[in-house]
Design a protein around this ligand. Structure first.
Ligand code: ASP
Length: 462
């Protein structure tokens, strides 16, 4: 008997399972995904990424689509780029043995998108970018059906996944949860849902930030009140530090949402930091697992866990930051200085990451990609003339290194251990910051010292 999606009394468990790009990079991987879905009847909502890299020197379909859209915007035909994308899908179709008509449909869909209105550049790129997930979901559903699973593709637009109109950086709108719950409730069999995009209230396709299929999975898990949100990727678990920096970094079996959010924010790419938020509200556990090793339990991310004092779970790092350092004598006496400084950032459309301050100085940490040289000139001018700053200087090429753990709360001596480890490794600390939650400590270091800093901190805490 077919099971309907949505939990009823006495119904079995319901899982939302999201599969990332490397899990769907070719037919061999896709068949592993099929076996995983087939193995557990609770896996009834499947969220898919676009086909990812088959090897380290391969190109993700999403990147191929972006290049193709950019060629079109530059007035070129983009025919070779388009054919290369069709070829990626055709390879999967052929090896998985599903009808070739599907590829004809994919090609038609891509041509339609590429020939659509280009007046709004961001809108056009999003429409093309979303084709990777959208067509892959149709292909995955066809492969599942061929192997005997009752699977259907569901369109985010028809399902009511509504997002803000911020192209490439959308946020989910609250009404989506109700819409999705209703759309998914009556569905029979397995639903295959494309990740990464939704649509605006005006009906336009819009994407989440890169890696955003994780967010789609989280939103669906909340909408259907799933028992667990499984996120299948290509590693056995989350590790306590980037294994390319710290060989033999410890696997983490249990993390809290807060810990995962901090680690993802600071550079752990295994799970999108914005994908935690919906789960925080609905308290749905997240299980990071490996498509290539489905028997491994992976990492569970839960609302709370027991911990011991001084317990650190991970050390993350990320470069691409810069600091705007502002000095002004008697800053501490000037009511509203911080607000006016941040207001200038807001007016320049700069989102600030951190704002550590001293008595007569305040720094604002920004993402370097948003801080162009023209912006820099404008900001220095405004801070000097409008805030009468004594001095403004810009530090580029910074990395943030973050030590994270619930056990750091109320523990004396954590900062001392970290600073001593960095000093012994010869790493100069450019700035440090600790949020009021006290579950993380952030150190700003020169990007060239990033790996050295991670290694030194790992040795000190693990
Ligand atoms: N395919 C998109 C990307 O490469 C979204 C995702 O995979 O989550 O960013």
């Amino acid at each position: 008997m077919k099971k309907a999606v949505g939990k009823k009394k006495n119904d079995s468990r319901l899982k939302v399972a999201k599969f990332g790009g490397t899990s769907l990079a070719d037919a061999k991987q896709l068949l592993k995904v099929y076996s995983i879905v087939k193995a557990d009847p609770a896996r009834r909502i499947i969220v898919v990424s676009a086909p990812g890299k088959r090897s380290s020197d391969d190109v993700k379909v999403t990147d191929m689509l972006i290049k193709c859209a950019e060629q079109k915007l530059a007035g070129k035909t983009a025919e070779p780029e388009l054919l290369a994308i069709v070829d990626r899908f055709a390879g999967i179709q052929k090896d998985a043995g599903v009808p070739v008509e599907l590829i004809e449909e994919i090609e038609k869909d891509l041509r339609q998108r590429l020939n659509s209105n280009k007046a709004n550049r961001d809108r056009f790129i999003d429409l093309v970018k979303a084709a990777g997930e959208d067509n892959n979901a149709k292909l995955v559903a066809a492969v599942f059906r061929k192997h005997g699973l009752d699977a259907v593709y569901m369109s985010p637009k028809n399902a009511g996944l509504l997002l803000t109109a911020e192209h490439g950086n959308a946020l989910v709108l609250e009404e989506s949860y109700k819409n999705l719950s209703e759309s998914l409730k009556g569905q029979k069999g397995v639903v295959v849902f494309p990740g990464f995009f939704g649509c605006t209230n005006a009906g336009e396709i819009v994407t989440f930030p890169r890696g955003g299929s994780d967010i789609t999975g989280a939103v669906l898990a909340v909408a259907v009140k799933a028992d667990v949100y499984e996120n299948f990727t290509d590693v056995d678990s989350v590790f306590a530090a980037d294994p390319t920096i710290v060989k033999d970094a410890q696997p983490i079996s249990l993390l809290t949402y807060r810990e995962m959010r901090e680690l993802s924010y600071a550079g752990f790419h295994v799970f999108h930091d914005e994908a935690i938020i919906p789960a925080v509200h609905a308290k749905i556990p997240i299980n990071i697992r490996n498509t290539n090793k489905p028997e491994a339990p992976g990492t569970m991310i839960v609302p709370e866990r027991t911990y011991t004092s001084g317990d650190v779970v991970g050390i993350a790092s990320s470069d691409g930051f810069c600091a705007v350092n502002v000095d002004k004598y008697l800053m501490n006496r000037e009511i509203g200085f911080g607000r006016r400084l941040l207001q200038i950032m807001e007016e320049e459309k700069l989102s600030y990451e951190h704002a550590p301050s001293g008595i007569d100085n305040m720094s604002v940490i920004l993402r370097e990609k948003d801080f162009t040289s023209e912006t820099e000139v404008r900001i220095i001018k405004r801070l000097t003339s409008e805030l009468k700053a004594d001095n403004v200087d810009i530090d580029r090429g910074l990395a943030l290194v973050m030590i994270v753990g619930e056990g750091m709360h109320y523990t004396v001596g954590m900062a001392a251990r970290a600073t001593a480890a960095l000093a012994n490794a010869g790493v100069n600390i450019e700035m440090l910051n600790q949020g009021s939650s006290e579950i993380s400590m952030m150190y700003g270091v020169k990007a060239v010292d990033r790996k050295k800093a991670v290694k030194a901190l790992y040795e000190a805490f693990f």
